[in-house]
Design a protein around this ligand. Structure first.
Ligand SMILES: *Cc1c(COP(=O)(O)O)cnc(C)c1O
Length: 493
């Protein structure tokens, strides 16, 4: 399987090369030259462990990895770090099936990909005779930072540096990052906002003088952001696994169609469901759920992508996004893999903030349904499901549940539906408690968690216990203008 940039500037890369590069030189995203079919029947998959299903999926994409290499990556990623041997269990509540993707180290779905990406990177480096140390630089508004630190924690040959806005992440997220024990992990608060952090990181990547100075010292910089193909591929596996679980639990007949509903931000998670569908999983509709930043809802409704609108801060911050980067991959497919057309649309997005797709492209993406939920609907959804079943959702998952309920009302479609459950309610306790009718201050981090534990009756995740007792190890605060200096200090002392 070879990889091509969606913008045509780079073609014919091996998977390991695409993983090492992350983004193509022309600014495009790497795509496999085709979406491969599963070689194993769904029935056989329904008898396999998560790790074995994962192998059956990933081996079709990372074809330059040996079986031994892949199994090593999978077994190193999906081990006791996850609090359940099922890794991604499927839980039935209120006629929907919640695919819980939050049993990893940071109790949110990004752990699913960020647990394995470091192992893909180290293996890719070895395969391509890269002997330099790989240093991951990332800017975070809260969630990705800790997930990346935890993923790369003590992975030999790597080091990770995270920049987050000082005072700009939740108290719990800050504690999560500052207590990370991995010896090769670093976090710095910058005196600026998230945009300053992101711009600063981009500047470092673009500073040739600085990167060649690092290269001379045996260091190459890389990023772990969600456009890396090494993050997309492992996400396909859990959709295959969700279908396998429905089969093994006797909830569906072999071959029965299901729908999938995904709370969406950067469009990575739902794109993975689309890949699973085209690998042969009987998925009918892909329900793309947005919060009040409803740019994708409007796009699927009208065929016009328009980012020129106010940015709204919601209770589902990981979905507060106006440019969904991974949508470029679907656009590329919908143009019949035309790099020229894709580049043109992305240029329009950059320069005007808007593009329109053709009727043929609309037809191509017709199995997506876009919907959004207001903040009131999200809070009401958390409360209603808790009252009916006792099950407590986080606000991101609740966006999906609210949109799913609206979809059923509107269409009458009763197809069994898997809802991607992307975070533990513990991670967003203050808003969850607000939905349930109690109010807490952001400073009462553990008080509100204790109360949620009482109310939900679910065990407190290890990720919370770790933060309660861990020592604070990361104390750096720096100016936006000193980010390069901070990187050097972290790496070389
Ligand atoms: C990142 C994230 C999302 C959005 O996923 P995308 O792949 O960016 O669409 C949803 N929920 C949570 C909790 C997340 O962390």
């Amino acid at each position: 399987m070879l990889y091509n940039s969606t913008r045509g500037g780079e073609t014919g890369l091996q998977a390991s090369e695409a993983i090492l590069k992350g983004l193509a030189d022309d600014g495009g995203l790497f795509m496999p030259e085709s979406i491969p079919a599963l070689k194993t029947s769904l029935k056989d998959l329904s008898r396999m462990s998560y790790q074995d299903v994962c192998y059956e999926v990933i081996k079709e994409y990372l074809t330059d990895f040996t079986e031994e290499e892949l199994r090593h990556c999978i077994n190193s990623a999906y081990d006791e770090k996850f609090e359940t041997p099922a890794i991604a269990p499927l839980v039935k509540k209120d006629d929907a099936y919640f695919l819980e993707l939050f049993h990893g180290k940071t109790i949110a779905f990004k752990d699913m990909a960020l647990s394995i990406l470091p192992h893909f990177m180290v293996t890719s480096a070895r395969k391509n005779n890269v002997t330099d140390k790989i240093v991951i630089l990332t800017a975070t508004s809260g969630d990705t930072g800790k997930a990346a630190m935890a993923g790369f924690s003590d992975v030999p040959g790597t080091e990770i540096i995270v920049f987050y806005p000082y005072g700009g992440v939740s108290r719990f997220q800050e504690l999560q990052m500052r207590t990370e024990p991995g010896k090769n992990t670093h976090a710095a608060a910058i005196r600026g906002n998230f945009d300053d952090a992101q711009t600063g990181v981009k500047k470092i990547f673009g500073d040739r003088e600085f990167t060649s100075k690092l290269k001379d010292k045996g260091v190459i910089l890389s990023s772990a952001n969600s456009i890396n193909i090494g993050r997309l591929v492992p996400q396909v596996a859990y959709y295959v696994y969700s279908y396998a679980q429905l089969l093994s639990q006797g909830e569906i007949e072999d071959g029965e169609k299901i729908n999938v509903c995904v709370p969406t931000g950067n469009f990575g998670n739902i794109l993975a469901a689309y890949f699973a569908k085209h690998m042969g999983v009987p998925i009918d509709r892909l329900i793309c759920a947005s919060n009040e930043n409803r740019v994708l809802t409007d796009f699927f409704g009208t065929g016009k992508y328009d980012r020129n609108r106010p940015f709204i801060l919601t209770s589902s911050p990981s979905m507060d996004i106006l440019i969904s980067s991974n949508l470029e991959r679907l656009i590329y497919l919908s143009t019949g893999r035309s790099a020229e057309k894709t580049s043109g649309l992305m240029k329009a997005l950059r320069e005007q903030g808007v593009y329109d797709i053709t009727d043929d492209m609309k037809e191509f993406i017709a199995d997506f349904f876009g919907g959004f939920a207001s903040e009131d609907e999200v809070f009401a959804s958390i409360k209603a499901l808790k009252d009916r079943t006792g099950y407590v959702m986080d606000p991101h998952t609740a966006v999906a549940k609210a949109v799913y309920d609206k979809y059923v009302d509107k269409t009458g479609d009763k197809t069994k539906t898997v809802i991607a459950s992307t975070a533990s309610p513990y991670k967003f306790s203050p808003n969850v408690m607000k939905a349930l009718g109690e109010k807490y201050d952001d400073e009462d981090v553990f008080l509100v968690i204790d109360r949620l534990h009482e109310i939900s009756g679910t065990p407190e995740p290890k990720a919370i216990k770790d933060v309660r007792s861990a020592e604070i190890r990361h104390n750096t605060v720096c100016e936006v203008t000193d980010m390069e200096k901070t990187v050097e200090t972290f790496l070389f002392g």
